[in-house]
Design a protein around this ligand. Sequence first.
Ligand code: SF4
Length: 424
Amino acid sequence: MSKGTRTIRAAFDTLGCKLNQAEAESLSEKFVQAGYQVVAPDDEFDVYILNTCTVTHIADRKARHLLRMAHRRNPGAVLVAAGCYAEHAASDLIKIDGVRLAVGNHEKMSLPQLLIESGLVSSDGLVVTAGGVGANLRTRSFISIQDGCNNFCSYCIVPYVRGREKSVSPGMIIKEISEKVSCGYREVVLTGTEIGSYNYDGLTLESLIDIILKETTVERLRLSSLQPQEITPGLIALWKNGRLCSHFHMSLQSGSDTVLKRMRRLYTTADYLGAVSLIRSVAGEAAITTDIIAGFPGESDQEFSEGHDFCKQIGFARIHVFSYSKRRGTAASIMPDQISPQVKKKRSDIMLKLAEDSAAAFHSNYIGKNLRVLWEQADNGIWSGYSANYIKVYTESDSDLTNVISNVSVERLYGDGVWGEIKL
Ligand code: SF4
């Protein structure tokens, strides 16, 4: 082992989408393979890597804050800003105390090598730690199957920072999922910027899911996000297999057709409704979750209220509400009639109230019923985990339930989910 050297400790934090989480997971595995010891961000570390997001100004602000906090906790550590924000504004990030490298999406997967090439880490100091990849038993793993986007929605910076669509080969995906399963993971989430446009030499998402179900033994397979035009009868028919989680995250962004047109989204509210009824015809208990942008440029009171009514009509299990945030270089940033911060705040608050009511209504349907829950973690003896249809379930137990799947009888609403008792 160490021959007078000390293992370098690396910590990771991630902001933004599930694709970023998947990449941070692969990146941390690369660091383990390169001989680092991966530690938690609140432990002492020598290197800190923040996988940034730049989808809103708030994401940018969070990134700067996390980097400053990391420097305050470990002033001698090498800080690295990686990912979308670094791609967009490396020169700003490098000015933050302790930040020694800012690398975009294309370079970040070579970070262990880049740290050596830039002289920030000595290769002499690296030793292989015991345990290696998969030593920590976890529950849910994010697998990246695709990157980039060809759509250019008018508000979105992603196609500029992630580039055009590229899909990972089915062979690589099967290999990665099988490795995760043998490490003890029970659920896999397929992620990407736009997984609905997965296409590897003509092989589509529908065929990919079919292959995964046939060639791996993963117990639960979840998709991160789809667009309504990607929900086809053939795709939905796959959900007859109970290993596919009945959870569909379909970003609506606005429930007004005129706003959707200005956003350059490729569907109408009628298309969205069609996708919802197709899903519910096969998976009646499915959770349909979404993202909504409040205060898109030019959004009138009438358009906002149409959008609000549409969301109410769908009955979402969860709504993530974002206030519109201008991204330099996008078409929407120079559109006329930008909405004032006060109006954006008011509209976000109204949507957040609807989000809360819709989630409670969805959860209430399950009181007195049973759910199968994959337990993830405990806080003071209160365990939490998720059902296949993405309901957060809590229970009290003295046993170690990590990575256990149980039948739970739902008793009442609790916090952001429900409270239940494990059925023996
Ligand atoms: S589909 Fe639209 S919102 Fe999603 S990543 Fe592509 S451009 Fe951005």
